[in-house]
Design a protein around this ligand. Structure first.
Ligand code: FES
Length: 107
């Protein structure tokens, strides 16, 4: 069993310092590699739904393009108000691929 994980891209397709948008089971997952770490987040900002894929990265922070809110990729929290949290998806790297798990509740 793959425990619900879906293979989405080859790991080498995600370059350092870059974002890559992938559609998985009806969701838009934004993959990010920063300082050698991989993150898998929902592309929609929890503020008003803008797309992080049009934003920028600053260390382990992703900055939404609409209102410049800064979200910590380690915790998912908006720096100025941690009650706003972006959605982070479970993922794994296996057999040279990145696998993501979309929970039932996320659909
Ligand atoms: S929609 Fe992202 S900061 Fe407002």
């Amino acid at each position: 069993m793959d425990e619900g994980f879906v293979s989405i891209i080859d790991e080498k397709e995600l370059q350092e310092g870059k974002m890559k948008l992938v559609r998985v089971e009806g969701k838009t997952v934004l993959l990010i590699r920063q300082a050698g770490k991989i993150y898998a987040i929902d592309d929609r900002c929890p503020h008003m739904g803008c797309k992080f894929s049009g934003g920028t990265l600053d260390g382990n922070v992703v900055i939404c393009p609409c209102h410049d809110w800064r979200f910590n990729l380690e915790t998912g929290e908006y720096e100025n108000s941690p009650s706003y949290v972006l959605t982070m998806y479970p993922f794994k790297v296996e057999a040279g691929k990145i696998w993501v798990k979309i929970e039932e509740d996320d659909l």
